[in-house]
Ligand binder design. Sequence first.
Ligand code: NAG
Ligand code: NAG
Length: 128
Amino acid sequence: MKILYGIFSLGLLSMHLAQRVEDTRALNSALLTNYSRNVKPKLNQTEPLQVFLEFQLLGIIEFDEVLAKLSVIAVTFLYWRDELMTWNPEDYGGLDVFYIASQKVWTPNLVLVNTVKDIKKIGFGDDW
Ligand SMILES: *[C@@H]1O[C@H](CO)[C@@H](O)[C@H](O)[C@H]1NC(C)=O
Ligand SMILES: *[C@@H]1O[C@H](CO)[C@@H](O)[C@H](O)[C@H]1NC(C)=O
């Protein structure tokens, strides 16, 4: 099965209105200081991390019964709680939404198996 996937990146910019850039900078540095994307985002590292996956099938591109091939377009959404990236909005001028590039944070490793061609990583670019 060949699956095309789309990952949405919301970009590096915080888009909260009427915020001071100082608050955004302070929050950015507070969140990323000592943060490593190689560390599972749990305060207690022995506890498992729950990752929720949502798969939205957008369309079927091709179905070939002889080759046993099904091509689809789909979007995968992943949700989890990063316990190492929390803050109190009152400390940052009420800033309660912060957008950050996926390459900077821990992300689960996902691969797509059983493809017609080669096995592909699911994620943003080649960076796990
Ligand atoms: C980062 O880690 C160092 C060494 O453990 C610690 O002294 C420092 O307070 C930490 N900084 C933040 C912002 O957590
Ligand atoms: C971490 O989680 C494990 C498993 O839930 C638990 O046994 C342990 O007591 C926890 N450690 C701390 C320091 O809370």
